[in-house]
Write a protein that binds this ligand. Structure first.
Ligand SMILES: [Zn+2]
Length: 304
């Protein structure tokens, strides 16, 4: 996130060496100045005539015509350096506005429409305000394969933990924090390819498993977690009632993870309660979901 201070500075306006025109004006012969005076008088007279004629012609004098706007632009335009500053100011102010919004709290999100119509387009996930949203309504194709890294954390039932680098780094911090709090976490599932998901869907509970292309495990941003307590695996619905499960719900957002499928939200998420499935969304969004007491990512992103 860029801070307003980090806004790239625009090139400084030209030095007032452009006093040349002024100097030239001063040095101009009296006759030239006389012509300029006459010209200025002509402009004033035609302006007054326009004011008088306006009502007769049905022109609203309150609304400057295009010609007026052009005149104003000419008058306030460079070369005078004083005039160049206001010209630059609005551009730099509008450029820094989003950064200020982003710093004031969780980013405001007005939703988005999924315009990916083809399988080729679905090679990248539907993204709302920078957050990938993958569900039965917004699927990805078999060609979607994010960059993955092996994450050095404890796994159970899988050979290795594969996640997108940003999620992997965050997960390691989450595991370290859990350890400091006296809990042992393990990953039971991380990245799953389209083909693996197709196999799982064919063989598993359809209410708990998304069809291929509709699982966010294919994004490498989701993990199924469990705990180990007294040498035994704490997993499934037991996790929700356990101390480690409660610790997770409370602390995962600090590291950018949210409980993705809360209870009684299947109508919105398409998946029944899964106390083990956590999704990396970034710290700002995770904290935003908590702060706004929003239950699902679909609602938080105002999916349309
Ligand atoms: Zn899962």
């Amino acid at each position: 996130m860029r801070s307003p201070g980090a806004e790239p500075r625009r090139a400084a306006p030209p030095e007032p060496t452009t006093a040349v025109p002024r100097h030239a004006l001063r040095a101009a012969p009296t006759r030239v100045r006389g012509y300029r005076l006459l010209g200025a008088l002509g402009i004033v007279l035609s302006f007054v005539a326009g004011l008088l004629a306006g009502p007769m012609l049905g022109i609203d004098p309150g609304r400057p015509s295009d010609a007026d706007a052009a005149t104003v632009a000419t008058v306030t335009a460079p070369p005078a350096p004083v005039a160049t500053s206001p010209t630059l100011a609005p551009a730099s102010a509008s450029a820094s506005a989003p950064a200020e919004d982003a710093e004031s709290g969780p980013p405001e999100c007005d939703g988005a429409k999924d315009t990916r119509r083809t399988t080729t387009a679905r090679k990248t996930p539907f993204t709302v305000c920078g957050v990938a949203l993958i569900n039965k309504e917004h699927r990805v194709s078999a060609a979607y394969s994010p960059k993955l890294v092996t994450v050095d954390v404890r796994a159970n039932g899988i050979p290795k933990v594969l996640l997108q680098p940003v999620a992997g780094t965050a997960l390691k911090k989450l595991f370290a924090a859990a350890a400091r709090a006296g809990h042992t976490l393990v990953v039971r599932s991380s990245y799953r390819s389209y083909a693996t998901q197709a196999y799982w869907y064919a063989t598993m509970n359809k209410q708990r498993t998304a069809p291929a292309g509709a699982s966010e495990h294919q994004s490498g941003l989701a993990v199924d977690l469990a705990g180990i307590a007294n040498g035994a695996l704490v997993h499934g619905t037991t996790l929700a009632r356990s101390a480690i499960g409660k610790w997770l719900v409370k602390n995962a957002p600090k590291y950018g993870f949210i409980l993705r499928y809360p209870s009684d939200q299947a109508a919105l998420t398409g998946i029944v309660y899964e106390p083990w499935h956590f999704r990396y969304v970034g710290i700002d969004v995770a904290k935003g979901v908590v702060a706004t007491k929003t239950k699902t990512l679909e609602q938080y992103l105002r999916e349309t």
